[in-house]
Design a protein around this ligand. Structure first.
Ligand code: UD1
Ligand code: CA
Length: 451
């Protein structure tokens, strides 16, 4: 570990025109959270003293992960170098106070970066082997990335932007990932000298390498072990590509944690999905944010879960939808075409077929019959249904909330329950059955006469 303190500047002000979106680019989501939040999570793993996020003027919806940090609005977007300068006043007091300090500049559109790589980049700054360290990589398709020009000693001569590069430079396979870490004073000293004499007419942060060279300040590049880690996201194709990489990472760590996936490529995870060991997941399952699956639970094919804790040994699906605010107890079962929202199912409780259970507390071992609906919404507000332990709800029952069914009670099939049912009570609320003897014969005769 280095003794040098760290401050971070996250560049997130770009309009991201190539996304063709009304949403700022860095707020587009990967595995269920904005790419900016992914970047911030990696950065926070390094325990910086301060993080300054440079945002554009239209970014009024901040992701939660950003609220803890300082922001500065870059109202005129004059390039990545200009954005770093915009953060200067926020960092100046800290730089003055701390003296030697690393400043990490990271782009909000490079969300797959891992903390290990950032830590590796800090190494050359210890003992001043370099005053500026960039991150490079060799992608399969170097596309529009900046190219890095290194001398025989491994010191960086300059970085040339794609639009400014000639054919020889474009043929270079070593690309600039954008992320850099520098001695803070050196960074701001050099950044102040940037100009916009280039193809885009912008202040390129990348020109700082040539400036360092001219000033005799050593700059180096660390090469990323996995090119996928530094994918920059500029359009929807790249967004989809990054999602794929992230999903593969998330699946791999679930498998390593002892989860069985019959066909991992068809299981979609969120950044925060957590599993205990011996969970079994069938193909085609989607996990939205906020899901925890406990030991030995089984998620069957074509289920969709978000905001739920699945208790040990519980079973969900096939074809189940479990929505936020739900807790399924140990050994509970949610079967096909069942939707559960903001409800708890006690240990061993079952809702196996074709039901909607919303805003309900279902006791242990209760059985919700096929087609049962909790009528939780009256057009104005939501109301709660309480179902006690061991209750048996017959098929096709409507429970009109707010309503309580006491423990051990039985509800006859087809009932519409509007009043509370006492413990161990038996309630039937449906039209009386009428049978007219021979009525069918009379009915058919009448029909035939008409014909
Ligand atoms: C940048 C690098 C390029 C590198 C690539 C890696 C520069 C000049 N070029 O190019 O060498 O290969 O990233 O992905 O830095 N931003 C601001 N304010 C601005 C402009 C940009 O905050 O005025 C932010 C953007 O929101 C974005 C990041 O900076 O998150 C990078 O900007 P972008 O325009 O995407 O740079 P690239 O052309 O991809
Ligand atoms: Ca970019």
């Amino acid at each position: 570990m280095t003794d040098r303190k760290l401050a971070v500047v996250v560049l997130a002000a770009g309009q991201g025109t190539r996304m063709r979106s009304s949403l700022p680019k860095v707020l587009h989501e990967l595995a269920g959270r904005p790419m900016l939040a992914h970047v911030l999570a990696s950065v926070m793993a390094l325990h910086p003293e301060k993080v300054v996020v440079v945002v554009g003027p239209e970014m009024e919806r901040f992701p939660d992960a950003m609220l803890a940090h300082d922001t500065v609005v870059q109202s005129e977007r004059l390039g990545t170098g200009h954005a770093v300068l915009a953060a200067g006043p926020q960092l100046a007091p800290l730089l003055e106070q701390e003296g030697d300090m690393d400043v990490l500049v990271i782009y909000g559109d490079t969300p797959l970066i891992r903390p290990e790589t950032l830590r590796k980049m800090r190494k050359p700054l210890e003992g001043a082997r370099a005053l500026l360290v960039g991150l490079a990589f060799r992608p399969q398709d170097p596309a529009r990335y900046g190219r890095v020009i290194v001398d025989a000693d491994g010191l960086v001569e300059r970085v040339v932007e794609y639009v400014d590069a000639d054919d020889t430079e474009r043929a270079i396979s070593l690309c600039n990932a954008g992320i850099l870490i520098a001695d803070g004073a050196t960074l701001y000293d050099l950044a102040a000298r940037l100009d916009k004499d280039n193809a885009k007419g912008e202040y390129y942060l990348t020109d700082i390498f040539a400036l360092a060279r001219a000033a005799g300040k050593p700059a180096r590049m660390i090469e990323a072990a996995h090119p996928s880690e530094v994918l920059g996201i500029n359009d929807r194709r790249e967004l989809a590509g990054a999602e794929k990489v992230l999903q593969e990472r998330l699946r791999a760590s679930a498998l390593d944690a002892g989860v069985t996936m019959v066909d991992p490529a068809t299981v979609w995870l969120s950044w925060d999905t957590t599993f205990d060991g011996d969970v079994h997941i069938e193909p085609n399952v989607v996990f939205g944010p906020g899901v925890r699956v406990e030991r030995g639970a089984r998620i069957r094919a074509f289920s969709h879960l978000e905001g739920v804790v699945v208790g040990p040994g519980a079973q969900v699906g096939p074809f189940a939808r479990v929505r936020p605010g739900t807790r399924l107890g140990e050994g509970a079962r949610v079967g096909n075409f069942v939707e559960i929202k903001n409800s708890s199912l006690g240990d061993g409780a079952k809702a196996n077929h074709l039901s909607y259970v919303g805003d309900a507390n279902v006791g242990a071992k209760a059985n919700i019959g096929a087609g049962t609906i909790t009528c939780n919404y009256d057009g104005f507000g939501k109301h709660v249904t309480e179902i006690g332990a061991g209750v048996f709800i017959g098929s096709n029952t409507a429970l009109v909330a707010p309503v309580t069914v006491g423990r051990g009670a039985i509800i006859g099939a087809g009932s519409t329950i509007t009043r509370d049912v006492e413990e161990d009570g038996l309630a039937v609320a449906r039209g009386e059955q009428q049978v007219v003897a021979q009525g069918a014969i009379r009915f058919r005769a009448k029909r035939d006469n008409k014909g």
